[in-house]
Write a protein that binds this ligand. Structure first.
Ligand SMILES: Cc1ncc(COP(=O)(O)O)c(C=O)c1O
Length: 482
């Protein structure tokens, strides 16, 4: 079947691995025959790439030529677009990291296989990021970004039937991966009642005798909230008593946007409580704008790290390339960069707050403490976050609505990346957001959004379709700007 207006365009279909000849959903006979069930589980997962709405789906709805947006196949958008969508830092990398790459472009560096990690990089990752020196009980290995840490952790510690506890909403790539291992995702809903973070009592109540793992994503994607030290101690003790492994993802911890907040890596609590059951990860994409080098770290007790280290060696043999390792080492030594980029995040957060204040019906459910990730709640506008995503794309702003992140806020949350180096991008957002709301309130994007979910056919998409079908179009309202 040829691509229709609401289908994915040919070029993007390749990116999403969708098969347009089978209406975007069912995999072809060839794939049905040969693809393993565990991979099919990902293809059909409501949070599998292509099954949730993003600004990319605005392209066919607005009938924009996809090639004009992704001309050379890169993911970076043209300069007149502002990417509030995916979580890569747009604050620019430290100059010293670029210099380190240039300084090491030579045969000696690129010809041999790289080691897992060069020694000074392993040391600084341990002490600076996980705040614990290496010892008999604690070590660090290299992984391909924090995402590599996620994948190896799921593969190493989850068995079929195990339950894994994840917040809802959460980073979109937490829920699909455990399906590959046959594990069962159980979610802990977040909201004002738990201040959009894990409540130790709720963790305790959610644990069953099948619970094997808890993800403590701290700072939390999508809200940027952090757990208190006391909460972390309590969570560590509850999980230890119940034989639950904690996966502590701290990759958003470099930028302290709220000067009053304090982030604590769980591995640093070793003096106060047993943290041998904590495996932690971080990467260089968020804190240092080095997503392309795919550099990350996985840390924990060597007896546990042995499993991901073996998987890495026997399955993928992906060792981080040496140029990336030198760049990471230089970046981690650059405290001035962290201070300067933190100021960029703080400035930008203030600009987003200004834009929200000018946009009737939009609120911030909880203010972020760390990183550059936050949510807007657009419920009061009367339009879904998905329609607003289309309208924002028309204004040159790319965002990701809530169904990428969970059931909670699936049609009312818009996740925002506020790391842009240039202030004008978020200054102009104060005009673009109210204009997009007015545009979406005409209802003209509703059919296009429904068309996307009709084609996706996951449980979540069915629920969202029902929600959208029941919606009455609001009368366009005046915004505070008018
Ligand atoms: C919580 C979380 N973990 C991991 C990642 C992936 O990071 P990396 O680029 O280091 O693989 C992201 C990216 O958005 C994230 O938000």
């Amino acid at each position: 079947m040829a691509a229709t207006k609401n289908d994915l365009s040919e070029g993007l279909a390749f990116f999403w691995r969708k098969d347009l000849h089978s209406d975007g959903k069912e995999v072809s006979d060839l794939a049905q025959r040969f693809v393993a069930n565990r991979a099919k589980a990902l293809i059909y997962h409501h949070q599998g790439l292509g099954n949730y709405f993003t600004y990319r789906h605005a392209i066919p709805i607005l009938e924009v030529d996809a090639k004009s947006i992704f001309a050379d196949g890169k993911l970076k958008l043209p300069d007149d677009y502002t990417d509030l969508g995916y979580m890569w830092s747009q604050a620019g990398p430290p100059q010293c990291a670029l210099d380190a790459i240039r300084a090491h472009v030579d045969e000696e560096t690129v010809a041999p296989y790289p080691p897992d990690l060069i020694a000074p990089l392993r040391e600084i990752a341990a002490t600076q990021k996980f705040k614990r020196p290496r010892s008999r009980d604690f070590d660090v290995m290299g992984v391909e970004g924090a995402q590599g840490g996620i994948g190896y952790t799921f593969l190493s510690f989850l068995d079929p039937g195990d339950e894994i506890l994840i917040t809802d909403p959460s980073y979109m790539h937490f829920a699909p991966g455990p399906q590959v291992e046959g594990a069962v995702v159980k979610s802990i809903p977040l909201g004002p009642h738990n201040r959009f973070r894990l409540d130790p009592d709720e963790v305790k109540a959610a644990i069953t005798n099948r619970t094997k793992m808890l993800i403590v994503c701290d700072p939390l994607n999508p809200f940027g909230t952090v757990q208190s030290r006391d909460e972390l101690l309590e969570i560590a003790r509850i999980c230890r008593r119940n034989n639950v492994l904690i996966f502590n993802n701290i990759t958003h911890a470099t930028h302290q946007t709220n000067p009053k907040a304090t982030h604590t890596p769980m591995s640093s609590l070793y003096r106060d409580t047993d943290v041998d059951h904590v495996v932690a990860t971080t990467g260089m994409s968020k804190g240092y704008a080095l997503a392309s080098i795919r550099m990350g770290f996985l840390a924990g007790h060597p007896h546990l790290l042995k499993a991901p280290a073996m998987l890495k060696m026997e399955v993928t043999k992906i060792h981080n390339n040496m140029l990336g390792q030198y760049a990471a080492l230089a970046a981690l030594n650059d405290q001035d960069y962290v201070a300067a980029s933190t100021q960029v995040m703080r400035r930008n957060l203030a600009l987003v707050k200004k834009a929200v204040a000018k946009s009737d019906g939009v609120t911030i459910p909880v203010e972020p403490d760390y990183g550059f990730c936050m949510c807007l709640d657009v419920e009061g506008t009367g339009v879904s976050a998905q329609e607003l995503t289309v309208a924002l794309f028309k204004q040159g702003y790319c965002a990701i609505p809530g169904d990428a992140l969970g059931e909670v806020g699936a049609t009312r949350f818009l996740r925002i990346n506020y790391s842009q180096k240039e202030a004008w991008r978020l200054e102009k957002f104060a005009d673009a957001l109210p204009a997009a709301i007015r545009d979406a309130q005409t209802g003209k994007y509703l059919e296009g959004v429904k068309g996307f979910y009709r084609q996706v056919k996951t449980d979540r998409s069915t629920r969202i379709q029902q929600e959208l079908a029941a919606r009455k179009l609001p009368k366009p309202r005046a915004t505070a700007a008018e």
